[in-house]
Design a protein around this ligand. Structure first.
Ligand code: NAI
Ligand SMILES: N[C@@H](CC=O)C(=O)O
Ligand code: NA
Length: 435
């Protein structure tokens, strides 16, 4: 059988991994697929890197020339970002090329336009590497769980943030040193703010939310809060109370609509997700028939991500001649069934909370705080006073029962308005992750 010809846009961390996987596992892949997969053309800023890593391929300086090549069957987009990547992907689809991409930003922001054009042009856009790197979670959501109504997804889906949180907790390392190490190891995005401010996890949970609930991708509806403002004291106090702090992406179907959010979260240390460390990712899916399932593996890095890219190449190569109706729909549901739904504002979610209040260490302060919480219907689950700080101040750590976020924020505003309260109150949401 004729080989499948790949045109590669981007030979960076992931592109280099794809070249290596296709080279080192060429025989295994051909045994599975019944034909060879070969990279025939590469566009990258560095012609030298192309000559070194893909000596068999033609270097192409202009991405538009690569996507226009008649001998290219599948375009693999690994540029990243939404500039040239978007232009080249749309043009490739226009020209009838199938696409494999690892670009979650592109799909979370422009997926609706890209999938609509792909359906019109009868081509496939595959993106397993875009969510949780090497973990086949897109496959699980689109195919493995297709018999279910999905209820919720919660995941550690940014390897860089999880690596930083793990190193801070285990070794007491400084935030910026660990971030530099994550960049050196090829885990971080070209602009690492996307990792530490929650955008990357937001892109990924947005894509999973669309797949789970049959909605168009709607990144604008995603609440984002990253790890950059986390204080190591909160990680320590959480630990003393039996919790770990993780950056979670959460999407959940509720009576009010779909929740879609990313934020640091306290998780009981006995839960599996609390014990996912380093660059590892894990996604927990709750669905009505199967119950809880958990997917774990490397969420970033050259070879794990390339593993997902090459799996998509194999999938497309198998389906290339299949009728359109036999293909798995891009967003898991038939295009006519992908319908807009209501998303819940962060103020209307229900959660329990960890609060840290810095206040004067004097009689009556605890009582004042407790009564301000009670006034907003916030009930306290645990309250401890931590070490007395300089200036006669103490830190009060409070765990609350579940309450509506706007009530919690109203109580915090009232607490912060007290003269005895010396600094903004720290709030971290909690997830019990049971049931
Ligand atoms: N690094 C990782 O662990 C993972 C990355 N991803 C995604 O994979 C994609 C690629 O990421 P990396 O390989 O880490 O990035 P990278 O920055 O290492 O590689 C990008 C490559 O594309 C080339 N490039 C970019 N724009 C170009 C243009 N206009 N013309 C020619 N060459 C151009 C650059 O020269 C570079 O070699 C991104 O969308 C990223 O979000 C997804 C999962 C994991
Ligand atoms: N920067 C991302 C890479 C994979 O998607 C991460 O750290 O998870
Ligand atoms: Na994946």
């Amino acid at each position: 059988m004729q080989a499948i010809n790949i045109g590669l846009l981007g030979l960076g961390t992931v592109g280099g991994g794809v070249a290596q996987v296709l080279r080192d596992n060429a025989q295994e892949i051909a045994r599975r697929l019944g034909r060879d997969v070969r990279i025939i053309a590469v566009c990258d800023k560095s012609a030298e890197r192309v000559a070194e890593l893909c000596p068999q391929a033609t270097f192409v300086a202009n991405p538009m020339d690569l996507v226009a090549r008649e001998d290219v069957d599948i375009v693999v987009e690994l540029f990243g970002g939404t500039g040239m990547a978007k232009e080249a992907v749309l043009q490739a689809i226009q020209l009838g090329k199938h696409i494999v991409t690892a670009n979650k930003k592109l799909l979370a922001e422009y997926g609706n336009e890209i999938f609509a054009l792909a359906e019109q042009k009868n081509v496939m856009v595959q993106f397993e590497a875009a969510v949780a790197g090497g973990i086949p979670v897109i496959k699980a959501l689109r195919e493995g769980l297709a018999a279910n109504q999905i209820q919720s997804i919660a995941g550690i889906i940014n390897g860089t943030s999880n690596f930083i949180l793990t190193e801070m907790r285990e070794k007491g390392s400084a935030f910026k040193d660990v971030l530099a190490e994550a960049q050196r190891l090829g885990y971080a995005e070209a602009d690492p703010t996307f990792d530490i401010e929650g955008h990357d996890a937001g892109h990924k949970i947005t894509i999973m939310s669309a797949l789970a609930f049959g909605t168009p991708v709607n990144f604008g509806a995603c609440y984002l809060e990253g790890i950059s403002k986390l204080d190591s004291r909160d990680i320590k106090y959480a630990e003393e109370l039996g919790y770990r702090v993780k950056l979670l992406g959460i999407t959940r179907k509720t009576e009010k609509g779909i929740e879609l959010r990313v934020h640091p979260t306290l998780i009981p240390e006995c839960r599996l997700l609390a014990n996912v460390n380093g660059v590892m990712n894990a996604v927990r899916v709750n669905a009505d028939m199967v119950g809880e399932t958990l997917y774990y593996g490397a969420g970033a890095g050259a070879l794990p991500t390339a593993s997902a890219v090459v799996a998509d190449l194999i999938d497309i190569s198998r389906l290339i001649t299949a009728d359109t109706e036999n293909r798995v729909p891009h967003l898991a549901f038939q295009p006519s069934q992908v319908v807009p739904q209501n998303f819940v504002s962060i103020d209307d979610i229900s959660s329990s909370y960890y609060l840290r209040v810095q206040a004067a260490d004097k009689v009556g302060v605890l009582g004042t705080i407790a009564s301000l919480l009670a006034k907003e219907n916030v009930s306290i689950e645990a309250l401890i006073q931590k070490a007395v700080l300089d200036n006669n101040q103490a830190e009060i750590v409070i765990l609350t029962h579940s309450t509506i976020e706007k009530n919690m924020k109203a109580a915090i505003a009232a607490i912060e308005a007290q003269e005895c309260v010396a600094a903004p109150v720290t709030l971290i949401r909690m997830e019990s992750l049971h049931g």
